[in-house]
Design a protein around this ligand. Structure first.
Ligand code: NAP
Length: 286
């Protein structure tokens, strides 16, 4: 078997193309959607991510604002910045790029973003909505993976899904989104016994671990759909490698998201989708 490649760029372009008329309509009748991104300090990876987010906003006609407090910012100062953004009507989404410096109480900062402007879907109110399956902003990477599965018409109901990783950003919301689509879901983590055996039972295997090539051929049931969320630096530090052994996935899986080019492009697309959704909500319902 040679796996069908699930192309994240194709899915991203579809998502963005669907957003464009919604943005134009809002801009013509009221104002464009607005996203504020807070980037503390000079973490190289964070700077790249934020650049990508701001650039995509520009391409779509979403108003964006980058706020760059210094590395030594205090929790109180950040809370003040967020409170200001919470109050501004033209800002629909607030994104605090993580990681934050050690002196900052990340939890307080996260809690201070108004839930209806939490376009990352990290606020406990939005996490609660996810658990209860109530519409609210969803974490972008898992939401993007669900879009990808939908657009490639990959059946989920009744399938056995295994998610490796239980982070608040990827693993947990991923598992809940699959559960809401009636998959039978197992969540694995670093203390899971017989990880390969658990994974091998999966019809849909999602690897969100952060360990290069941890998922080898022993983990993959022939015919499984394999979603590789991992974004790891390769040994020479230049390219990206996933959590899944690509050769094994290509040989055994029925469908596979490569790294790069699979899941990666979806996150920013879903951030844009969450921002547009928030703006529509704000403009219609205040
Ligand atoms: P994280 O917070 O570090 O969580 C990693 C998870 O993997 C944890 O739950 C951990 O288990 C589990 N794990 C670690 N080693 C393991 C092992 N040997 N066996 C089984 N489980 C193991 O990472 P994250 O933020 O979820 O990100 C995961 C990966 O996805 C990273 O490579 C990240 O760069 C990538 N990512 C990509 C995108 C994107 O493509 N747009 C977005 C977000 C993240 P414990 O809980 O037991 O420690």
């Amino acid at each position: 078997m040679s796996a069908r490649i699930l192309d994240g760029k194709w899915v991203r372009e579809q998502i963005l193309a669907e957003l464009r008329p919604r943005i134009s309509k809002m801009a013509a009748s009221h104002r464009p959607p607005g996203l504020a991104v807070i980037l503390v300090g000079h973490d190289a990876a964070s700077e790249i991510y934020v650049r990508g987010k701001i650039k995509t906003c520009g391409e779509l006609g979403i108003y964006s604002e980058k706020i760059t407090p210094s590395e030594s910012v205090s929790t109180e100062e950040l809370l003040g910045i967020i409170e200001g953004l919470n109050q501004r009507n033209e800002i629909d989404g607030i994104l605090v790029q993580v990681p934050l410096p050690k002196q900052v109480d990340s939890r307080r900062v996260l809690l201070s973003v108004k839930p209806d402007k939490d376009v990352d879907g990290f606020h406990p109110v939005n996490v609660g909505s996810l658990v209860a399956n109530i519409p609210a902003p969803r974490a972008c990477t898992p939401a993007g993976i669900m879009e990808m599965l939908r657009r490639y018409e990959i059946p989920i109901a009744g399938k056995k899904a295994v998610v490796v990783g239980r982070s608040d950003i990827v693993g947990k919301p991923m598992a809940l989104l699959l559960l809401h689509q009636s998959a039978t879901v197992t969540i694995c983590h670093s203390k899971t016994l017989d990880l390969a055996g658990e994974c091998r039972r999966a019809n849909i295997l999602v690897a969100a671990i952060g360990k290069p090539n941890l998922v080898t051929r022993e983990f993959i049931q022939p015919g499984a759909v394999v979603i590789d969320v991992g974004q790891n630096r390769d040994p020479d530090g230049k390219g990206l490698v996933g959590d899944v052994d690509a050769a094994a996935a290509l040989e055994l899986a029925s469908a596979y998201t490569p790294v790069p080019g699979g899941v990666g492009p979806l996150t920013i697309a879903m951030l844009m989708a969450n921002t547009v959704q928030a703006a529509e909500q704000h403009l219609c319902c205040g």
